[in-house]
Structure formats: C-alpha cells, structure tokens
Design a protein. Sequence first.
Length: 600
Amino acid sequence: MQENRKATFRPMFRLFNYLKNYKGLLIFASASSIIHKMFDLMPPIMVGWSVDVLNKESPNWLIAMSGNDLFMQAVLISLFFVLIFGLESLTEWMLKNGFLKLAQRVQHDLRMDAYRKMQEREISYFESNRTGNLIAMLNDDINQLERFLNDNVNQILQLITLFAFSGLALFGVDFWMAIIGIIPIPLIVWGSFIYQRIISPKYKRIREAVGELSSRLENNISGIAVIKSFTAEKFEEKRVADASLEYKQANYAAIKYNSLYTPTIRMLIALGLAGGILLGSWYILEDMDKISVGDIALYALMLQRLLWPVTRMGAIFDEFERAKASARRIFTLMDTPSEVTEKANAIDFGKAAGEITFNNVSFYYTEGIPVLKTLNEKLEAGKTIGIAGQTGGGKTTLIKLLLRLYDVKEGAILLDNHNIKDLSFHCLRSNIALVSQDVYLFHGTILENISYGMNFSEEAIISACRKAQLHDFIISLPKGYDTIVGERGIKLSGGQRQRISIARAILKDAPILILDEATSSVDTETERAIQENIYQLVAGKTALIIAHRLSTIRHADKILVLKEGEIIESGTHDTLLEQKGLYAELWNVQTGIVFKEENT
C-alpha cells in the first residue's frame, strides 16, 4: 500500500524512478540536451563580439589571436559561427534521437508492464471498472507519458540550462542591468506555481472525462444491436453528447487559465527588457565606460533568449500536469496489489485426478449479503455432478471460486487434497476446461478461436468439432475453418458461438470439465445431439454441469440443488424426484406436469 500512496501523491517521482531502467539512454539524451542549449546560446555572445569589432573595441582574447587586423578578427568570428552551428546541429540530432528512443522504449515497456499487471488483477477489478476507462489507461495515458518524455523533459532541461548560462552572461555584462532584466523571473516562477496549483485538478478532471467518454462510446458500439432494437438512438446520442460535453467543459476550464498565462508573462518580460536596455543606453550616453555597444547587443539578445522561452512555461506546466494525471492512473494500477495472488512457492503437480472438496466454504460479494454459506461437499474424481437451483442461488459463483477468479472468504476448496490457494494459477486452471454461458470469441478465424492458447493438429481440432456437433456447419461455410468470426463472434449465431466454446473445451482435454449452461443458446435439435454425446465428452473426467434445463443433468452421478447459497438437496435424479423438494418442483414445471395437474 505504501507504493500505492507513492503513485497517488507523488506520481512523477514514481515515473522518474521507473526511468532508472533506462539510465544510460536518459543520461545520453539529457547531456545532449544541455550541451545543445549551451551552443544555442552562443550566437548572442558572438553578435556582441562582432559589434565590438565593428566599433574597434575588440575583446582582448580576439586581439591576442589575430592581432589588430579587424578583418582577420571578423574571419575568426565567422569561423566560430560555422563551428558553433555545426556542433549545435549535431547535438540537436543526438538529443532528438536520444529522447525519441527513450520515449518509445518506455511507452512500450510501460504499456506491457501495465497490461501484465491488469491481467493479474482479480476479476472484480474488471467488473467494477468500465472497459473504456481501462482502454484509455493503456492507450491515452501511456501516450501522454510518451509525449512528455519525447518533448517536455528536453524542454525542462533546456529551460534550466538557459537560466544558468544566460544568467552568467547577463551578470558578466553588468550587475544592475542583469537585476533589472531578471526581476520578472521570480514573479513568473511564482505565478507558474500558482498556475500549476490551479490547473492540476482541472487536468485530473480532463483525464476522468476522457475515460468516461471512451467507456460510453465503447459500450454503445458494442451494444449497437440492442440500441437499434429498442430504437434508443436518440437516447444514446444524448448520453454520448453529455459525456462529450463534460470533456469539452473540462478542457474549457483548463483553457481559460492557459490562455491567460502567456500574455501576462509577456508583459512582465517586456518591462524587464525595456528597463535593462534603458539603463545600458544611459551608461553609454553618459560615457561611463561600463559597457560597450556590443555588450548592449549581447544583453538584449541574451535577455530575449532568456525571457521569451519563459512564456513556454505555461505549456510545459500544462504537459507536466497532463503527464502527472496519467502517471497517477498508470502507477496506481501497477502499484496496487491484486486481491487474488499466487504464492511464491506455489505447487504445480501437473495433471490432476480431479477430486474436488469444499470445506466450510463461505463467500460474499458485498459484506453482510452472503452468496455461499458454509458449503461442504466432496466431488469424487471422474464423476459427473449436476448443479441445479433457482437463479441467484450461487451456482456460477461456485465455479468462479473453483477457478480462483475470487478467493473464498471462509473455508477452503481442495483439488486432490491440495488447497487451491497453494497451487499455481497455471496448475489449477490448466486442469479445468470451462464452457461458459457467456461465450467470448476473439476477432479471427474459427480455427484460431477453437485452438485458442493451444497447439493441436488439424485432425484433433476436427475431432473436437465433430463431438461438439460443429464440423458439418463449419465445412458448409465458403472458407471453412478459416472463416472470420468478427469481433466477439458477431458474425455467428449464439448457438454457433456456444458450440465453438464447447469444441474449445473438448480440445483442451482437462481432467475437470465445467459446463455452465452450455446448451443455453443452442436450438432444440442441437441441444439433443449434444446431450446424447455429453456423457461421452465427460467420460473419465470430473464434470460439473450447471443447468436450468434439468434434462441436461438427469443422468448425472450426483445432483446438487442450491438455494440461497446452501446445498438443500443432494442425490441422483430419481432420488430427488422421490424427495419431492425443490428439484422435483423445478422438474415438474419444466416437463409440464404442474400445468397438467392444474388443467385437470
């Protein structure tokens, strides 16, 4: 949690701490930036020398090198110009190349680190955060940090170098002229800190608004079929407009201060520059022999070089605050530990036999509202277990706990007498194949989706598809197994997507098979065909079959009936019918016996 506080309250410290991994490249780019700025500030000095040569007041070092030959002095200064501009161009290439490489490496590595961390997060994190907001974090926020490293770090370094180098040059001309010229700087810096304090929350609001807008657009595009079916286009258009308006207003709130910053600073700069030149002119007109005409030229040019870039401080602070807001979101994600973690010495025993034990398992999503209550049950390896009950009884939650998508609040779940918390995620989840009622397919071909994350021969994939009653449909398509399914499988029907999911689970050939409403989206004929094969599919495996259609589990070795998080009935289909409890009641409703009795 300490790291989490660092990310929240000191996000830029956390970012620069992350840059330690790129120390060599950062030093190279930073040194190139500083040296480049020093060369960039040489022309005003050389202009001052040139003016003094034309006024026959050449610097002593120049006389020492070329004697009193004014033309030779002019030649030397010209050669210095060429040399300085050459070195300036070289160091500019070095700094740009350095910062570009740094920004690209950091954005790639940081994006991957953030993505890996996001994948490690518990499932509740994704359930409580909108998809668009998470995508904005991995895209927009990372890109904002890339822009900061690419441009703003260089600008900050050059601004510091500018202050140091030009300050020495100005005080070398005359102390009081320098004081008058730089009087606006403390006011500008103080104003910049005030500006930063005002603008910071405004950019935080912008980041939140863009995340909300991304979420709204992502939801609407994904749910376009529902929107059209309910003729809700105007309603959703208003919701997008509201989110977009909030983003616009958040930007307006920042723009109001940003647009005022630069003109205010410019007027302060003009006062300092005018005052310094006036004092220098007085020195020369009064023949005080304090400065030369070349010194006035140097002073004016250097002060302009010093003060005008200060007007960029507003833009620099702008980008700094944007980067700060993005860094806070990224590093808060990276520094917050997952609620479901793998032990350092986690066990990986390979293929499981498939015995599952629930010991006093209790669980809740919201404290005080139990979903499962002191569940005790032993499921023998190789047996088929049906799980039935009314909606909200805790059936799907049981599966989430077995997969460790959530951790139990009390008790323990054992796999082959090992607490699943002691197992590696790979060991646990590679031993379980899941067919969920909510099928998710990735954009790609049917073949890629069936063999997702696995490497199998074409013969094995076709065999799995035959068992899932899918092969005949696939070969009827023009491109067969190479048919693109579309994003989330949008080009396929619900039943076709369900059968791909079943084929995927069959191909995995895990010792534990979970079918969570596996036939809920298929037609009656396909359901009958799958039910005929289901006991061939689960042969030799521990199978957990969750079903509202009780005909799917009537031949199971044992059926568990859940109600309000408790197992209230347990036994075979025939035994449960004889008990005339909840299972018998559900069976009678589904088979129409209740309606027959009422009609008679």
